[in-house]
Design a binder for this molecule. Structure first.
Ligand code: ATP
Ligand code: MG
Length: 217
């Protein structure tokens, strides 16, 4: 566990109880329960297709679970997220958007305009604010989504949900993300296949075939 975070650490509590998700008749997540304490960073690992993204997407309200309860700060997750911009989200797959979207528009979509330049600098995107996200490389686009999450947290989001945030990144960018997670001022659920990134978290949960295994440490 890393203990070099500022005393200003803040965060939402998350409780997931008996989450079960299906795609048609296919069972993707089966009776998964876990909790995240305020400010705690939890890595979610596991093989391809084990259900990690489905858990994250359910927490965000992007997938409707078959059954189960998700509680953020004592409130149903959907109500909690809808009320304010409280969650910073890094999706696994990044597309350029259905409509032309500039990098600064993406990064500023969940933060104040004034925060955008600092967010771009955090992920080495200085000077790229006017570029269209659809015209970036895969790693550059991933950095733009990371910058969006950074800006959202800077402006008050209290939980980071990140799905393979280092998957397309070069070594320097991976180091930046690891350093960010290590100092993160809020709690997080970070899906990853990157052992160095998992090591920056306080706890590791592992999924296999839709079920949660015991924590590794
Ligand atoms: N839209 C979908 N329709 C049908 N089945 C799906 C859909 N999305 C995911 N699945 C299936 O649900 C299961 C869990 O998928 P999920 O994307 O949650 O896995 P994951 O752990 O995130 O995998 P990866 O490490 O490859 O990203 C898999 O068997 C997958 O094939
Ligand atoms: Mg996934």
């Amino acid at each position: 566990m890393l203990s070099n975070r500022s005393p200003a650490t803040r965060g939402a509590t998350v409780e997931v109880e008996a989450l079960t998700c299906r795609y048609g008749r296919h069972s993707a997540v089966e009776n998964v329960s876990f909790s995240i304490a305020a400010g705690e960073r939890v890595a979610l690992i596991g093989g391809n297709g084990s259900g990690k993204s489905t858990v994250l997407r359910s927490l965000l309200g992007l997938h409707r679970p078959q059954s189960g309860r998700m509680i953020f700060d004592g409130q149903p997750a959907g109500d909690w997220i809808a009320r304010r911009r409280r969650v910073a989200w890094v999706p696994q797959f990044h597309h350029g958007g259905l409509f032309p979207l500039r990098v600064d528009e993406l990064v500023g979509s969940t933060a104040r305009h004034a925060t955008v330049p600092r967010a771009l600098a955090q992920f080495a995107l200085d000077g790229m604010q006017a570029r269209l996200t659809a015209e970036l490389s895969g790693g550059q686009r991933q950095r733009a989504y990371l910058a969006r999450a950074w800006a959202a947290i800077e402006d008050g989001a209290t939980l980071l949900l990140a799905d393979e945030p280092t998957a397309s990144l070069d070594f320097d960018s991976r180091d930046r993300v690891a350093a960010w997670i290590a100092q993160l001022p809020v709690g997080a659920l970070v899906v990853t296949h990157d052992t160095a990134l998992a090591a920056c978290c306080d706890r590791v949960l592992e999924m296999a075939a839709g079920r949660l295994r015991e924590a590794r440490r």
